[in-house]
Structures are given as C-alpha cells and as structure tokens.
Design a protein around this ligand. Structure first.
Ligand SMILES: O=C[C@H](O)[C@H](O)[C@H](O)COP(=O)(O)O
Length: 254
C-alpha cells in the first residue's frame, strides 16, 4: 500500500514537472517572439492554441508598458476572445487585409519550417491570416521541433472538410495512401465542428512526403476546404527548450 502510494506520488510529481517545463518553454518562445517582432504601428495576425495564450499576455504587457499601437487580427474564436480579454485593438481582414507579422503556434515544425497545424482545428483561418502576413513567426515548445514531419506529431494532417463530403473525401485520402480519421468531439456527441462549421479529418501518414505536392493534391480534392500543412509560410520559428533557452530556426534560403 505504502509502496503504491509512493509510486503514485512520484508519477504525479514527474507529470507536474513535465507540464511546467512544457509551459515554461511555451512562455519563453512566446516572449522572445513578441519582443523581437512586434513594434509600434504593427498589424499583427494572432494565431490560436495554448502557446499563443502566452504571446497575447506578453503582447498586452508590451502594449501597455511601451505604449505601442498594435492592430490585432485573430485566426479563430479563441484568438478573438484573447484579444478582447486583454484589451487589445481588434480588427479583421476586411479592415486590415495586409499584416506585418503573424505569430502562431504549430504542432510540428521541420528544419525547412514546413509545419503541421490544426491540432486545435483552426487551420483554415490560420492559413488565410498567414497568407496575408509579410512574415509568419512560429512559437512552440521543444516537443514540436523535428527533423521530419510525422516524427513528433502522430495524429496526422488536420484536413478541414465540408460536412456533406466527409465520406468521399476520406475515401480519396485512403487512395492517396493516407489513413483518415474523422475527429470526434470530447464534450459533444459527434464530430468536431470548426469555427467555419466544417468537420476535421486527421490524415495519418507512415512515410515522409513531398509536402508541397501532397498539399496541392489535398487542396484539389473536392470537399477539402483547407489543410493544416503549411509549406513555405513560416519565416522563423522560436522553440522554448527544456533548459529554459530558446532555439531560433530561420527558413533556409531556397
Ligand atoms: O488549430 C490549432 C493551431 O494550429 C495551433 O496553433 C496548434 O495546434 C498548436 O497549438 P499549441 O500551441 O496548443 O500546441
């Protein structure tokens, strides 16, 4: 009994330490990116996910302390709420269609800065906003840094799909050698529904691909609205590391 309790305590402690290490890494990456890329007059795309929460916190501090004028365009309902909660200047793409910087998280990032995004189902608006930015800055913790996509992120490529087309799209994905899974909601019966009222299919892959070709093929599939594969978008990535440092990766010259 005592041994069991001690083991449970040790495992809880280990889990807590791991969690705080990951959260500190996210925080460190977000802080560095905000400090190095946000400036007075900046039109900023605000990404989605748990790492972006830290970025918005640091952004709000910077805006207040340095008196910066920053216009924020969200990539999701979550991002919009964060901008409002922090009292930041909210805009949208109809008023601010050109952005100077977009700061966003990633589920995985390879050395060429190809990304898998959409773990939180926000890929469509994230890609639209990223495409409006002069520069996309990625913020992530050490678990997201990999040599090859698929090495760290095992859930596959998030693909946003028009609901009535999910079965034919999944069949097509199988014919491409992918293993599609319809993403199911956690606190709702049935599938996840995105901010744009679509479904998400996670397409698992076993071998590395030519990501650009795969992306084109996926986007040409009727019923596919957008994918979480971001090829050629990111300019720089900040990874918070286990030791508290931040590793910076620039897009290699073509
Ligand atoms: O759909 C969600 C987004 O693409 C996120 O940016 C991505 O999933 C990374 O999220 P997190 O910072 O929570 O790891």
């Amino acid at each position: 009994m005592i041994l069991r309790r001690t083991l449970m305590h040790t495992s809880t402690l280990f889990h807590k330490t791991m969690t705080s290490q990951v959260e500190q890494a996210k925080d460190a990456a977000a802080l560095r990116a905000v400090r190095e890329h946000v400036y007075d007059g900046c039109r900023l795309g605000v990404g989605s996910g748990s790492t972006v929460v830290y970025a918005v916190k640091h952004l709000a501090e910077l805006v207040t302390t340095a008196g910066l004028n920053v216009t924020c365009v969200p990539t999701s309902f979550q991002a919009r709420q964060l901008i409002i909660e922090h009292g930041l200047h909210l805009s949208d793409l109809s008023q601010t269609p050109e952005l100077d910087v977009v700061i966003d998280g990633a589920d995985e990032c390879d050395p060429q800065l190809n990304l898998i995004k959409g773990g939180g189902g926000c890929q469509l608006q994230e890609k639209i906003v990223a495409a409006c930015g002069k520069k996309m800055v990625v913020i992530a913790d050490y678990r997201k840094k990999s040599q090859e996509l698929g090495e760290q992120w095992k859930k596959g490529i998030p693909i946003e799909v028009v609901p009535m087309a999910y079965v034919p799209v999944m069949n097509k994905l199988r014919s491409y050698g992918l293993e599609p899974v319809l993403r199911m909601a956690q606190s709702k019966a049935g599938p996840v529904v995105t901010d744009n009222s679509n479904f998400v299919v996670d397409a698992k892959f076993t071998a590395p691909h030519n990501w650009e070709l795969l992306e084109t093929k996926l986007c040409r599939t009727p019923g596919v609205v957008e994918t979480g594969l971001f090829v050629g978008f990111a300019s720089v990535a900040y990874f918070g590391m286990k030791d508290g440092s931040v590793s910076v990766l620039h897009k290699p010259p073509v």
